[in-house]
Design a protein around this ligand. Structure first.
Ligand SMILES: [Zn+2]
Length: 344
């Protein structure tokens, strides 16, 4: 079977006609197979959703009990038959429950990676290389300038600043699904055991991570805490909250931001970030290219992000490659709106 007959890019997302489903559709469809819980991939209103238990739980937390007509939980490694097609989920190492989806029919196998990273993350299952004929890769950081370095070093930078400015509060902007919990886990691994404070918009998801056995230490809500008591503390908040009036409740806050984009100094300056922390849940240039090579795929489809450089790199390695031009994905961490009534 030709790969483009197995998975076809359409305005709704990636469509699998022989299996009658879409992967991460951006509009409501009859049957959706979903890679992970970030809002640009997991949307409400589908007839049926197939995803890992964690992704289903996260969608329920965000959208409410009736987010889909029907749901089915899939374990990593479990094979499901949909129409003429076999579907298997593999860990993507991106956030809790995130999966790459291997779609096979006859002698053709395509892996849709969703978002992924190939480095250690104490809050989710490690990325797994899945051999395939066609690998669909993201390209959020698909330029050679993006090399994330070691996240533990960035966390040490944060803790050094906390030690140095003990009268100030440290406010760390971090996407509320995945990044925030990873940063907290890394802070704990670095030996910091004081309570860590949470913006209201972080609480539900973070407590869900704890309920799945992710150790995050003692967490407290910012809500109801006196300004003076926040001196010398660390608070995690959605990026959008770190630049609004909400920050006035903190004593002389140091604003940090945990993102792969912090590699670009101009971005940090533009956002008024005093302490940029290069911590990303997406593979960097080296991670993307190493992963592409490791899959053994002869054909690479590149989507959401900096497609051109990665397509060119593939071609120089003798791989067939093309951009997919899917619309509606990416920049999840910059565009996270504050949920209604959760400004605390
Ligand atoms: Zn994502």
């Amino acid at each position: 079977m030709r790969p483009q007959d197995l998975l076809t890019p359409v305005p709704d997302g990636l469509c699998c006609k022989p299996g009658n489903f879409h992967i991460d559709p951006v509009r409501p469809v009859e049957r959706a197979v979903i890679t992970h819980g970030h809002s640009d991939h997991a949307r409400a209103g589908h007839g049926a959703v197939l995803a890992t238990q964690e992704t289903l739980d996260i969608m329920r937390l965000r959208y409410g009990e009736n987010f889909a007509g029907a749901t089915q939980a899939v374990r990593y490694g479990e094979e499901i038959r949909l129409g003429d097609v076999k579907v298997k989920f593999h860990p993507a190492g991106h956030v809790l429950g995130s999966a790459q989806i291997a779609v096979s029919c006859k002698d053709t196998c395509i892996v849709a990676s969703g978002d992924y990273k190939d480095v250690r993350d104490p809050t989710c299952a490690p990325f797994e290389v899945v051999p395939c004929d066609v690998f669909i890769t993201e390209a959020t950081f698909g330029l050679p300038v993006f090399r994330h370095g070691d996240a533990a070093d960035e966390v040490r930078k944060l803790l050094a600043s906390v030690a140095l400015f003990s009268e100030r509060a440290h406010l760390v902007g971090a996407y509320s699904l995945g990044k925030a919990q990873r940063v907290i886990a890394l802070i704990r691994e670095a030996g910091y055991d004081a309570p860590i404070y949470l913006h209201g918009a972080m609480e539900k998801i973070t407590h869900y991570y704890q309920s799945r056995g992710i150790a995050l230490g003692e967490l407290k809500p910012v809500r109801g805490t006196k300004k003076a008591d926040l001196a010398g503390t660390i608070t995690l908040a959605p990026p959008s909250a770190t630049s609004d009036l909400w920050t006035r409740r903190f004593p002389d806050p140091v604003t940090a931001f945990a993102s792969g984009w912090m590699r670009v100094r101009a971005r940090a300056r533009q956002r008024g970030v005093e302490l940029p922390l290069v911590i990303s849940d997406h593979a960097d240039w080296d991670g993307l290219t190493a992963t592409i090579a490791a899959t053994g795929a002869g054909e690479i489809w590149v989507t959401h992000g900096q497609e051109d450089a990665l397509v060119h790199w593939c071609q120089t390695k003798g791989l067939a490659a093309r951009p997919l031009d899917l619309v509606g994905y990416g920049n999840e961490e910059e565009n996270e709106p504050l949920p209604e009534g959760e400004e605390a």
